[in-house]
Design a protein around this ligand. Structure first.
Ligand code: COA
Length: 538
C-alpha cells in the first residue's frame, strides 16, 4: 500500500481560517452534548435522589467495564424539539462493553419528564433495536419510564413505526436469538410493561421498580381500589407471586451487578473474520482535518487528504486511480480492520458510478466492510450525460449499494444532496451506522438551487399565460423563505435531532468511532457472499 502524500500547507491562511471555523463547530458540538447529558432541573434531581435512584450516567458507569470505549448513539436526538429539554429524546443509548462483550445499552432518563416516551423516543428505541438486529448485539435495557408522553399520544401509538413496533421487534429479536436483558429500575407502565415482559431476562429493583398494565391512579379511577405502586407491581409481587420478573435486586447497584453476571453467562460467539493487521496511527494528525475541510461545502478539495487522516499509517491502495476521478475508491485499514473506502471527490459521472459498482462488487465478494465518505452534490445532469446513460449507470451503483451484504458505514463529511445520497449509502440504504460531521448539509438539493427551480417554474407558468416574468422583489420573496428553510432543515443538528443519523462526530474522533463500529458490526455473520446482486441496467 502507498502512503498518501499530502499537499496541505498547514501554515496557509485558508488552512487557518478553515481551522478556526471547524474548531468553533467542534466546541459547539461538545457543549451541546454536555448540555444534553447534564442539564436537568433541580426538582428532578432531588426527586431521583429521594427515591434512592442513581443518575443514568452512574448506572452506565456501574454497568460497563471500567475504561472501555462507549459508542454513544443519537445523544442529540430531539434537540430543539418539544420544550427544548427532552435531551437525547429522554434516554442515553450506545454500544458498550460488559465482561468483554459488546452490547447495546438503552437507558431511560427519569429526570427528563419522568422518562416518558416522546415520538422521537420511540424512533430512537426502534433505531437501537435495528442496530441490535443488524449487528446481532445483545440488548440491555434500563427501564425507568412513565410510558407514553400522554399529550402526544397520537404521534406515539397507532402507526406501523410507533410504540407497538418496539414489542414486535422484541419478539423478533428473541426468535433471532439476540439476548435481551431488562432491569426494572423505575416505572414500567402500560405499554412499558411489555418491555420487561418481552425480554429474555428481567431484573427487578425492590421498592423503586414496578411493572403494571395500569398504574395506581388508573386503578383508582377504574375500580376505586387504592393501592401503591409497590403493592401493585413491585419486585416482591413480580419475583414472588406473578413470576413476571426473574431476579430480585435490593437496589440499582445490585441490579446492575446481576446484569453483568447475566451478560457474562451468555454463550460465547465467534465474531466474523475480516482481513486484519496490527493497528497503526495515521501518519498525519487527524486534527489537521479541521484546517482541510473548507468553510463552504461547495468548495472542492482532494478527499485523499481526509482519507490520509482517517486510516492506519495513512496507507491506501487506490482502485482505478486514473478512472472516474470524482469518486476515490480503495482499500485501507482502520484500527487494524480492512475497509473498502468510497469517497466523494466531486459530482458523480457515469465512469465514477461504474467504478463504484465494480468496487462494491469486489468488497462484497471479498467480505470487506465498506466506508462511504459522502460529500456529494448529486449525479451529473445535462443533455450530454443523459444521452450517455447517467441514469442507468447511477442505477447500477444504487443497486449495488442497496444489495451488498458486507457491513456498510457512512460518514457525511460535507454535502449530501439528491440521488448522490442514495448512491453513497444514505440512511435509506441501511448502513450499519451513519454519522454527520458538524459542517455537513443534507437535502434533496441546496436551498439556492431549490429556490431557483421554483422561480423558473413560476416564470414558465407566467409565460404560458402571456405575462412578464417575476420582478426582482417577487423573486426574492419566493427565494428567501426556501433558502432559509433549507438552511435550517439541512444542517447537521436538524438531522441528528430527527434521528436521520446516529450522531454528529468530531472529525478528529471519526477514526475511533469507525473502529468501534466495525468491531461491533462483526458480531453479525457476514452473509453468504454468493448471494449476488439485482439486475444491473446495462
Ligand atoms: N405523560 C406526560 N407527562 C408525564 C407522564 C406521562 N405519562 N408521566 C409523568 N409525567 C410528567 C409529570 O407531569 C412531571 O412533569 P413536570 O416535571 O413538568 O411537573 C414529570 O413527568 C415528572 O413526574 P413526577 O410524577 O413528578 O415524577 P416521579 O418521579 O414522582 O414519578 C412517574 C414519575 C413516571 C412514576 C409518575 O409521574 C407516573 O406514574 N406517571 C404516570 C404513568 C402512566 O400512567 N403512564 C401511562 C402512559 S402509558
Amino acid at each position: 500500500m502507498n502512503i498518501i502524500e499530502t499537499s496541505i500547507d498547514t501554515g496557509s491562511a485558508a488552512f487557518k481560517e478553515n481551522r478556526e471555523l471547524m474548531l468553533k463547530l467542534v466546541e459547539d458540538l461538545r457543549s451541546e452534548v454536555r448540555k444534553a447529558r447534564e442539564e436537568r432541573s433541580e426538582k428532578a434531581r432531588r426527586r431521583n435522589a429521594e427515591l434512592g435512584k442513581l443518575p443514568v450516567q452512574k448506572r452506565l458507569d456501574l454497568l460497563l467495564d471500567p475504561n472501555t470505549p462507549w459508542l454513544e448513539i443519537a445523544p442529540l436526538a430531539a434537540r430543539g424539539m418539544y420544550e427544548g429539554d427532552v435531551h437525547g429524546a429522554g434516554s442515553r443509548a450506545g454500544i458498550g462493553v460488559i465482561h468483554g462483550r459488546e452490547v447495546v445499552v438503552h437507558a431511560n432518563d427519569p429526570m427528563i419528564k419522568g422518562g416518558t416516551v416522546y415520538p422521537m423516543g420511540v424512533k430512537k428505541t426502534l433505531r437501537i433495536q435495528t442496530i441490535a438486529m443488524e449487528n446481532r448485539l445483545p440488548v440491555v435495557m434500563l427501564v425507568d419510564s412513565g410510558g407514553a408522553y400522554l399529550p402526544l399520544q397520537s404521534e406515539i401509538f397507532p402507526d406501523v413505526d410507533d410504540g407497538g413496533r418496539i414489542f414486535y421487534n422484541q419478539a423478533l429479536m428473541s426468535k433471532m436469538n439476540i439476548p435481551q436483558i431488562t432491569a426494572v429500575m423505575g416505572m414500567c407502565t402500560a405499554g412499558g410493561a411489555y418491555i420487561p415482559a418481552m425480554s429474555d431476562h428481567v431484573v427487578h429493583v425492590n421498592k423503586t421498580g414496578a411493572i403494571f398494565l395500569g398504574g395506581p391512579p388508573l386503578v383508582k379511577a377504574a375500580t376505586g381500589e387504592e393501592v401503591t405502586a409497590d403493592e401493585l407491581g413491585g419486585a416482591m409481587v413480580h419475583c414472588q407471586e406473578s413470576g413476571v420478573s426473574d431476579y430480585f435486586a435490593e437496589n440499582d447497584a445490585g441490579a446492575l451487578a446481576i446484569i453483568r453476571d447475566l451478560v457474562s453467562s451468555l454463550p460465547e460467539i465467534r465474531k466474523s473474520e475480516i482481513p486484519r493487521r496490527a493497528p497503526l496511527e495515521p501518519l498525519y494528525d487527524p486534527h489537521e482535518l479541521y484546517g482541510i475541510i473548507p468553510k463552504k461545502v461547495s468548495t472542492p478539495y482532494d478527499v485523499r487528504e481526509v482519507i490520509a487522516r482517517l486510516v492506519d499509517g495513512s496507507e491506501f491502495l487506490e482502485f482505478k486511480a486514473l478512472y472516474g476521478p470524482t469518486l476515490v475508491c480503495g482499500l485501507a485499514y482502520i484500527h487494524g480492520y480492512q475497509v473498502g473506502i468510497l469517497a466523494s471527490n466531486g459530482i458523480l459521472f457515469s465512469n465514477s458510478a461504474l467504478k463504484a459498482t465494480h468496487f462494491i462488487q469486489l468488497c462484497d465478494r471479498q467480505g470487506v466492510p465498506m466506508l462511504f465518505l459522502q460529500n456529494i452534490a448529486g449525479y451529473i445532469i445535462g443533455r450530454e450525460y443523459e444521452r450517455g446513460g447517467i441514469t442507468k449507470d447511477g442505477q447500477k451503483m444504487v443497486s449495488a449499494v442497496a444489495t451488498a451484504t458486507v457491513p456498510k458505514l457512512t460518514v457525511i463529511i460535507g454535502a449530501s444532496f439528491g440521488a448522490g445520497n442514495y448512491g453513497m449509502c444514505g440512511r435509506a440504504y441501511s448502513p450499519r451506522f451513519l454519522w454527520m460531521w458538524p459542517n455537513a448539509r443534507i437535502g434533496v438539493m441546496g436551498g439556492e438551487q431549490a429556490a431557483q427551480v421554483l422561480v423558473s417554474v413560476k416564470n414558465e407558468q407566467l409565460a404560458r399565460e402571456g405575462q412578464p416574468p417575476l420582478a426582482p422583489e417577487a423573486v426574492e420573496m419566493i427565494m428567501q423563505p426556501i433558502i432559509d428553510e433549507a438552511d435550517k432543515m439541512g444542517n447537521a443538528y436538524y438531522s441528528t435531532a430527527n434521528l436521520w443519523d446516529d450522531g454528529i462526530l468530531d472529525p478528529a474522533k471519526t477514526r475511533d468511532a469507525l473502529g468501534l463500529a466495525i468491531s461491533a458490526s462483526l458480531n453479525a455473520p457476514i452473509a453468504e457472499r454468493d448471494r449476488g446482486f439485482g439486475t444491473f441496467r446495462m
